[in-house]
Design a binder for this molecule. Structure first.
Ligand SMILES: Cc1ncc(COP(=O)(O)O)c(C=O)c1O
Length: 433
């Protein structure tokens, strides 16, 4: 297994580079390290979000925070009452039977994998754009198997799921890319036919709907992120939505332990949210619908910027879907009329358009070194010997083609930044067409 030299060592040249030019550089760089090329420095896009995602308190945040602080109860485990209120408001908003607040979406995904019964000896099907679901599968000791996406939606291709199912498959994790719902009716039909569970990674799709139903409530368990850059921005935080009584108990028990009040029967985790985060969450849920409307309106600015360009195609469909625009997304299309992709990137960088990034998630999920070089204990677990672990290039050609060439607009940025950046994007496209 390859690793060692690829890690960033304290005081190393790599770390110094990270510290000195990280915040300033405009693009991630692929650096040759040993035999393999790897991203050692992948902070630039994060830096962009850091600057643009800030949303100062504008509603009841201060009031609810003061109430929590005045009460002295900073945990729902110790008498705090705000977390149950936050959970209730959330499940009402998205029409879910149950909801369990947590400290992150990764915690929710891990809890969902465990509740689905996926562990050593099992496979879980994941989409090939995002690596987060696969990471949660590996946390649980199971093995991710990847399915390609549709170039139009960036979401799992329902046609390809059946072929990826084996007798070891326990669940499917479906990500709703950038806030656009996957075709959940078709995905649910396949899953039900094979009696496997569906976990929705709705980290990016709060309040997005498909056929009038909210993402995160189609499947058995939905997982949401309230990390600072997301639509509901709480610093960090997450929520699992659950529709079945037993699954709810499994998720809540896994994520709310250990405590001194309980006997340890199973290896559970403390993924609790705290009352201060819940207080901000409760306040921000009151205005989230208006925030999504703002994002829709900002997305239309980027739409306008690429109008008429035949080498950029918008992320679109499926019919009956309402996008909630964590990002506005489009594909750079190679073709006769397209400019050189490298030149396009250079022109974007020169124009300084901080809310627009290209190739944000960099590579197909299984091309991330974690998966490609099998750097997790689950890969070495003998109980997984019968699982499929072939992560060769070429297995999901659509994801491999579109991921590095996705053009993304950060709709969450301040409105004036989005308008200015959309104008600059339009100007770059006009010059290069
Ligand atoms: C699709 C997706 N899944 C999972 C996560 C992880 O969320 P969190 O940072 O809340 O753990 C993210 C956040 O970046 C995400 O975009």
């Amino acid at each position: 297994m390859h690793n060692g030299e690829a890690r960033m060592r304290p005081g190393s040249k790599e770390e110094n580079t990270f510290m000195s030019d990280g915040a300033l550089s405009a693009r991630s760089r692929l650096r040759p390290v040993g035999k393999h090329a790897e991203y050692l420095v992948d902070e630039p896009y994060i830096a962009t979000e850091k600057n643009l995602s800030s949303r100062p308190a504008g509603g009841n945040e201060m009031k609810y925070l003061e109430q929590v602080l005045a009460s002295g109860n900073l945990s729902s485990l110790m008498g705090g009452t705000v977390t149950p209120l936050f959970e209730k408001a959330f499940r009402r908003l998205v029409s879910s039977k149950y909801s369990v607040a947590m400290n992150s979406c990764m915690s929710a995904l891990h809890s969902a994998v465990i509740a689905a019964g996926a562990g050593p000896g099992n496979e879980v099907i994941c989409d090939s754009v995002y690596v987060f679901g696969a990471m949660a599968v590996l946390y649980g000791g199971a093995i991710p198997v990847f399915v390609d996406v549709l170039p139009t939606t960036h979401n799992m291709d329902p046609e390809r799921i059946e072929a990826a199912i084996s007798e070891r498959t326990k669940a499917i994790i479906v990500t709703h890319a950038w806030g656009l719902p996957a075709e959940m009716d078709r995905i649910m039909a396949v899953a039900r036919r094979h009696k496997i569970l569906v976990i929705e990674d709705a980290a990016e799709s709060l309040l997005a709907t498909y056929a009038g139903r909210f993402t995160g409530t189609w499947g058995d368990i939905g997982c949401f992120s309230f990390q600072a850059s997301k639509q509901l921005s709480l610093g960090d935080g997450g929520m699992a939505t659950v529709q079945d009584d037993d699954l709810y108990r499994a998720v809540a028990n896994f994520a709310h332990a250990p405590t001194f009040l309980s006997v340890a029967h199973t290896l559970d985790y403390n993924y609790r949210i705290n009352e201060l985060t819940s207080a901000v969450g409760l306040a921000r849920l009151e205005t989230i619908a208006a925030e999504i409307e703002r994002l829709e309106s900002n997305a239309s600015c980027y739409d306008h910027a690429v109008e008429g360009c035949d080498w950029i195609s918008l992320q679109r469909g499926p019919e009956g879907a309402r996008h909630s625009f964590y990002y506005w997304a489009a594909n750079f299309l190679d073709g006769e009329n397209a400019p050189d992709f490298g030149r396009f990137n250079d022109e974007l960088a020169k124009a300084e358009i901080p809310s627009v990034t290209v190739g944000y998630t960099k590579m197909a999920a299984y091309q991330h070194p974690l998966i490609k070089y099998r750097r997790a204990a689950a890969f070495a677990d003998s109980r997984n010997r019968a699982c499929r672990m072939a992560y060769d290039d070429g297995q999901c050609p659509v994801a491999e083609r579109i991921v590095p060439r996705m053009i993304l607009g950060y709709t969450i940025a301040p409105d004036d930044v989005v308008r200015r950046d959309a104008d600059k994007l339009r100007e770059v496209i006009r010059r290069m067409s």
